[in-house]
Design a protein around this ligand. Structure first.
Ligand code: GAL
Length: 441
């Protein structure tokens, strides 16, 4: 159940009873004053995986003209079926999420949000039950302001009612957008109120926010505060089905990494937006780049594509177990860029067990594959390969790249706009005497 967990503290021993009581009082006071570090609803301990309709299906409401592509219960039921039959659920993609444009244009007589009766004739609880019967979870969309971005009823003034409605339907995730939010104070209060309202329903509902995206133009977001209320949050513009958009999101994330990377961890993640792999705009290499970098950034992996007709290559990439394992690494640390020039970039993500995931991205958009050379000494602040490490390539294809040491020059061939995703591993056996890197002076 979604309740704030109080922090457990260790009590110290004391001489007299008074001292003990005083100590207890001080401890209680300290616990009360100390804010929770994350939204401790027990959810999103790892970045959520799933599917979200927006980028691919947008706001198509005309089911007469576009029966196969309109935002309807049929679309979600078909997607749920495919998620099970084509191995998506077993690969970890669990949340099937509705975005904007599911609602009727007005609330019902009791003031509750209601789905469009033509496109969702069975209602959301029936859809949720269907999705649950497949072993999946259902996500829904609403907006903190007076209207959603596409102009449907907003939740402003109805946070409690809407949270209760979603819980009564059996919803498992809420994407809460920020269009038409009013003042900055209303935006912030609205996101907090909805978080509390969801918590009070007692149902486990993952809470996805766009709070920092809407706050940033007016005021620098306070991520410590945001993490106390949200399970993940959008910082930047919507993703498009284009290389330009992917580059733009990566550049923004690298530029702001000092503000955003540290805060990410179990319970709260930065969301660079949906995976557009399997659509029309990205080449094979660019799809590899999106998958690799979203894994490095510990991003929620929410695909927006048509799983009913996705090509085998995109499917294999999205279902790649080792990439998903990097994304889901239990250490929960977000990766960051460690090197960039106009030709290539190097990103790393510390993993549990002392290894690192490394992304080598070829940013040169002319010519053919480039051999990119770098020193292993820069990985993991000099620690990843000190004294030695195994390096394995995960993407674009799996290859063992052998044992390296802190002084190795490492070479890898990468296609234009593509990425080599590598993983370092600490060797199990002890290094031979004399092979450790000398301490730096
Ligand atoms: C945007 C949001 C998109 C999508 C859209 C729906 O603000 O960033 O991800 O939800 O609204 O109208």
């Amino acid at each position: 159940m979604a309740q704030q967990q109080p922090e457990r503290r260790r009590g110290g021993g004391g001489g007299g009873l008074a001292l003990l009581l005083l100590l207890l009082l001080l401890l209680l006071l300290a616990a009360a004053l100390r804010p929770a570090e994350a939204l401790e609803n027990g959810l999103a301990r790892r970045p959520p995986l799933g599917w979200l309709h927006w980028e691919r299906f947008l706001c198509q409401t005309d089911c007469a003209r576009e029966p196969h592509r309109c935002v309807s219960e049929q679309l979600f039921m078909q997607m749920a079926d495919v998620m099970v039959s084509e191995g998506w659920r077993d690969a970890g993609y669990e949340y099937l999420c509705i975005d904007d444009c599911w609602m009727a244009p007005t609330r019902d007589k009791q003031g509750r949000l209601q789905p469009d009766p033509k496109r969702f004739p069975s209602g959301i609880s029936k859809l949720a039950a269907y999705v649950h019967s497949k072993g999946l979870k259902l996500g829904i969309y609403a907006d903190v302001g007076s209207k959603t971005c596409a102009g449907f009823p907003g939740s402003k003034g109805n946070y409690k009612l809407d949270a209760d409605t979603f819980a009564s339907w059996g919803v498992d995730l809420l994407k809460f957008d920020g269009c038409n939010f009013g003042t900055l104070a209303q935006l912030v209060k609205g996101y907090k109120d909805m978080s509390r309202a969801l918590n009070e329903t007692g149902r486990s509902i993952v809470y996805s926010c766009e709070w920092p995206l809407y706050q940033r133009p007016l005021q620098k977001p306070n991520y410590t505060e945001i993490k106390q209320y949200c399970n993940y949050w959008r910082n930047y513009e919507d993703v498009y089905d284009s290389w330009c958009s992917i580059k733009d999101i990566l550049d923004w994330s690298a530029l702001h990494q000092d503000d955003i990377a540290e805060i990410a961890g179990p319970g709260g993640w930065n969301d660079p937006d949906m995976l557009v792999i399997g659509n029309f705009g990205l080449s094979r290499d660019q799809q590899v780049t999106q998958m690799a970098l979203w894994a490095i950034m510990a991003a929620p992996l929410l695909m927006s594509n048509d799983l009913r007709s996705i090509c085998p290559q995109a499917k294999a990439l999205l279902q790649n177990k080792e990439v998903i394992a990097i994304n889901q690494d239990p250490l929960g640390k977000q990766g960051y860029r460690i090197l960039a020039d106009h030709k290539f970039e190097l990103w790393e993500r510390p993993l549990s067990g002392g290894g690192y995931a490394i992304a080598v991205l070829n940013r040169q958009e002319m010519g053919g594959p480039q051999t990119i050379t770098f020193s292993t000494a820069i990985l993991g602040n000099g620690l990843a390969c000190n004294p030695t490490c195994w390096i394995q390539q995960i993407l674009p294809t799996k290859r063992e790249l052998g044992l390296h040491n802190w002084a190795s020059a490492f070479k890898v061939l990468v296609n234009p706009t593509g990425t080599a995703l590598l993983k370092t591993k600490v060797p199990e056996e002890k290094p031979a005497a004399g092979t450790r890197r000398p301490p730096e002076h």
